[in-house]
Design a protein around this ligand. Structure first.
Ligand code: GN1
Ligand code: MG
Length: 368
């Protein structure tokens, strides 16, 4: 995009200072992100983002959620007498035209701006120490949002609904648009998936029976979605587009899916895939330290299930995209989505082997 166009977009927001440079930032696969540097030393720098409306069709809802969440967290931090609050919660910039609006539309594209958090670090992988900190931070994030006074919208409908994801898979099998359903490797994977359908749809059943509440969750709890200071303390949680009401299993299970796999989610060496119990233990300790005060027994006793659910769900989602002709996730080679699905299936099976040990460990944390 041309510099003048970007300058024009920035000029629609109520920022302090004058724009010096606008350059790409990070490697996000969903939204496009740019860093806006201001000329003055006493004015903050900013982050400019174009929201992907294929993934997030209702940007107004996304931004209303984000506004509610960030203002609520800010109030909590102020009430707790925290220092350095501007680095502990994201701050979005209103448009000049309407101070209640946190985005602008230019040529049909949706843009938003936030204040750049200075001197913060993001990480791609975790060790036990940073997993513990991540667990605490996500538990704390849920705890702070437990009494948010507004009802948040569901920014992606049925995002982590296992029954819905299986239904999507059945539909794509029926239509077979990419002609891949008959591949023996696909058939073998479907046979394994089918064995665990009842077990994995437990959350929706418990929800229907009124036994499992929905709480405000982050729903994309990867380690690269949090900022650390130079002493490895967590500053804040970022990437708030998917913040919405969900079962708490989402945040707990999805972190372990990426954080506790010995390898990346698309590593083709299936023998190396497996569940790292040290990361599981550290993250669980951190999470329960900040969340056990508000979690119900049904929620805590199902944390091991949640850890198994997310690789299983991601296997189903990757396989769905593979059978649908690779339309959702960017692929580097034709089998990429199948490899990802297979990796997640192996991770799921590894977790299933650890379930009794995991259950004992969760109990030991609760007894502390
Ligand atoms: C997507 O964009 P990213 O990488 O944070 C996806 C997650 C998946 C993940 C798998 C909105 O997340 O649900 O777990 O890919 N986000 C959306 O890599 O679909
Ligand atoms: Mg992300």
């Amino acid at each position: 995009m041309k510099q003048e166009e970007l300058n024009h977009i920035v000029s629609l927001f109520n920022i302090r200072g004058t724009v010096a440079t606008i350059k790409p930032l990070g490697e996000g696969l969903i939204n496009d992100t740019l860093k806006v540097n201001t000329a003055e030393d006493d004015a903050p720098d900013y982050v400019l983002q174009r929201v992907n409306t294929n993934v997030f069709p209702d940007v107004d809802m996304v931004m209303r959620n984000i506004h509610a969440v960030t203002t609520h967290i800010r109030k909590k931090l102020e009430a707790a007498g925290e220092e350095d609050i501007d680095r502990k919660v994201l701050q979005f910039v209103p448009s000049k035209e309407d101070s209640a609006k946190l985005y602008v539309i230019v040529d049909g594209q949706y843009w938003r701006m936030m204040v750049f958090v200075p001197d913060a670090i993001t990480k791609q992988a975790v060790n036990a120490e940073s997993s513990r900190a991540a667990g605490k931070a996500f538990g704390n994030f849920q705890a702070m949002l437990a009494d948010i006074p507004v009802q948040l919208g569901e920014t992606i409908k049925d995002f982590h609904n296992m029954e819905f994801r299986l239904q999507q898979l059945r539909e794509v099998i029926e239509k077979d648009p990419a002609g891949r359903v008959k591949e023996p490797q696909v058939q073998q994977m479907l046979a394994e998936i089918n064995k665990h359908v009842d077990e994995m749809c437990k959350a929706e059943r418990l929800g229907r029976e009124g036994k499992l509440p929905k709480r405000v969750c982050h729903c994309d709890t990867k380690v690269n979605n949090m900022m650390f200071d130079d002493k490895d303390n967590v500053l804040c949680v970022i990437d708030l587009d998917t913040v919405m009401p969900n079962f708490i299993f989402s945040d707990y299970g999805d972190f372990l899916r990426t954080g506790a796999n010995f390898v990346a989610e698309d590593d083709p060496d299936m023998k190396s895939v497996g569940f790292n119990m040290d990361i599981f233990k550290a993250f669980t300790e951190g999470y329960l330290a900040s969340a056990k005060g508000f979690l119900t027994p049904i929620e805590t006793e199902n944390l091991p299930y949640a850890a198994a659910l997310f690789p299983y769900m991601q296997c189903v989602r990757f396989l769905w995209d593979y059978l649908n002709g690779d339309k959702y996730w960017k692929c580097q080679y034709p089998e990429h989505n199948f490899v990802r699905a297979n990796n997640q299936l192996h991770l799921f099976l590894s977790i299933e082997n650890h379930l009794p040990e995991m259950t004992d460990f969760v109990q030991s944390c609760l007894n502390k």
